[in-house]
Design a protein around this ligand. Sequence first.
Ligand code: MN3
Length: 206
Amino acid sequence: MTFELMQLNYPYDALEPDIDAKTMEIHHSKHHQGYVNKLNKALEGLNEVPLDLESLLKHLDELPEEKRTAVRNNGGGVYNHNLFFGALKQNVILDETSTLAKAINDTFGSFDSFKETFSDAAKGRFGSGWAWLILTDKGNLKITSTPNQDTPLQMGTPILGIDVWEHAYYLNYQNRRPEYIEHFFNVIDWDIIQQRYENALKSSTQ
Ligand code: MN3
């Protein structure tokens, strides 16, 4: 049983000028692929590994102890990057009448206030990691962040994630992480994010 690299349904230059083609190529074909390879390596020799990455990451304690760190780091890397690369597109606006837009307004007061809090979480993540919008098990939106390749799965269901590892922005933005975060907001595929929110909401209220 092996995991495979998620194929992108857009070319590497599709997010220019906000995220440049070279960064996308290296990020996907080297870094993302690297997590896939190391995850598969870590799972070699194991029987009865769940096919579903989310289950695997939620039940790390069921793996042999010597495998856990490698699966947490590389399985988390694959999972987080699938979420990230799976919701990027130029020129998509969040539909103001959508359930997600309403939930964002109810939770954060306004879209601008949400954007500021999310951006602060991304700027404030020390070192390498991620900032997230998640739906908690109680059905509330929440902004959080995780170090390294840790997922937010213990806290809820991820809806939107930004990669703030330097490999995600350094070629174009160098040390200017805030600028990268600002540009990231131009390439969020809100149609996908809205879908994820709807799906998460259904699971949380079941
Ligand atoms: Mn990355």
